[in-house]
Ligand binder design. Structure first.
Ligand SMILES: *Cc1c(COP(=O)(O)O)cnc(C)c1O
Length: 363
């Protein structure tokens, strides 16, 4: 078996020890006589799996007791609709910061539903090469919430700070940076994330919501989008994505066994530094993102020559470094280096980049 270094933005690499553990339990979980995939979600053995996954995540992220943890479905994109449906009842208005494609989609979704939402800052005019500056005076004093995307997967940018929204709940899409480093959960009203970037296989969407924010839901909203209903039912109003939640639990356990999110952060900083230090040391590749907005998870770069940009991912694939093609809306290359990407993978990428640059001079 030949595993490649997979730089996919998502679904993406899972830690090898997690895959091995899941494989060893695939046919028979514990003494249940069946696979987790085959279990009733109402069985005591599955109830323990989901309860343990939640407990491990609470420990890992230091989630206070007044926050609910929900394991939902529909991806982060479904939460683009669920956020206004659950929260805008506070005041009838909301603010959005548009720092890339996903936050733009979240904003448009709320608009499409007819809600009174306002984009208070964007970096669209510089092709999202930075996180827009947001100061407290820009925030509408009567906003129900302020929505941000904490790490912009496509452009490779990340907030270097947590916007100060005062008493107004901050809602953050953390799909591509969740559990990559410690975050102060108390600074957020809601954190949500699709699992398939840094947490589990596709299928489960995490929502962490402060309890007092469960009182503003639109009574007409579909039950499946209703955080309060889901919280009251322990994420089991209907059948949850059982297997993905089980794997998420294994991923949380793996990170805890390494020492938690401080360790994860140190490992991720080291990997990102290997790549950014190389990018900063030469002029063949260009890193388009402003330095103070650089993502630790998604690193974008271009050569500036379209044919060479096209050749790079092909040759990299042949060398066992796969999924390095940038998002279709940006072009160039993107290396997603989530928790499960080992340092050796990033080092191999840099070695390949050096060789490729030497072999493909720009005219
Ligand atoms: C991938 C991604 C999404 C979309 O996630 P789905 O689970 O596919 O809906 C939303 N936001 C961010 C930041 C992402 O990286």
């Amino acid at each position: 078996m030949n595993r490649v270094y997979n730089f996919s933005a998502g679904p993406s690499m899972l830690p090898v020890p997690v895959l091995e553990r899941a494989a060893s339990e695939l046919m028979c979980y514990g003494d249940s006589g069946m696979s987790v995939m085959e279990m009733s979600h109402r069985s005591p053995v599955y109830e323990k799996i989901i309860a343990d996954a939640e407990a491990k995540l609470r420990e890992l992220m230091n989630i206070p007791d007044n926050y609910k943890v929900l394991f939902l479905q529909g991806g982060a994109s479904t939460q683009f609709a669920a956020v206004p449906l659950n929260l805008i009842g506070r005041t009838g208005k909301a603010d959005y910061i548009v720092s890339g494609q996903f936050s733009g989609k979240a904003y448009k979704e709320a608009q499409k539903m007819g809600y009174n939402v306002k984009c208070i800052a964007t970096s669209k005019d510089t092709n999202f090469d930075r996180i827009p500056v947001v100061t407290k005076d820009m925030i509408s004093p009567d906003a129900s919430y302020v929505h941000i995307c904490f790490n912009n997967t496509i452009y490779g940018t990340k907030y270097g700070y947590i916007p100060d929204t005062g008493d107004i709940p901050l809602v953050a899409d953390m799909s591509s940076c969740i559990i990559s480093e410690p975050v102060d959960v108390t600074k957020f009203g809601v954190i949500y994330a699709g699992a398939q970037k840094n947490m589990a296989p596709a299928g489960v969407t995490l929502v962490i919501v402060r309890e007092d924010l469960l009182e503003y839901g639109d009574p007409k909203m579909p039950s499946m989008l209703d955080w309060k209903l889901m919280a009251e039912n322990g994420s089991m109003y209907n059948t949850p994505p059982c297997y993905s939640i089980y794997v998420a639990g294994l991923v949380y356990e793996w990170i805890l066994s390494l020492g938690g999110l401080d360790t994860m952060k140190a490992m991720n900083e080291k990997k990102a530094a290997v790549l950014y230090d190389y990018l900063d040391s030469q002029d063949y590749y260009i890193a388009p993102v402003q330095k103070d907005s650089r993502s630790m998870m998604n690193v974008t770069f271009v050569t500036g020559v379209e044919e060479i940009d096209k050749k790079f991912p092909k040759e990299a694939t042949a060398a066992g470094l796969v999924n390095l093609k940038g998002h279709r809306s940006v072009g160039g290359m993107r290396a997603s280096i989530y928790n499960a990407m080992p340092l050796e993978g990033v080092e191999a990428l840099v070695e390949f980049m050096k060789k490729f640059a030497a072999e493909n001079p720009k005219a």
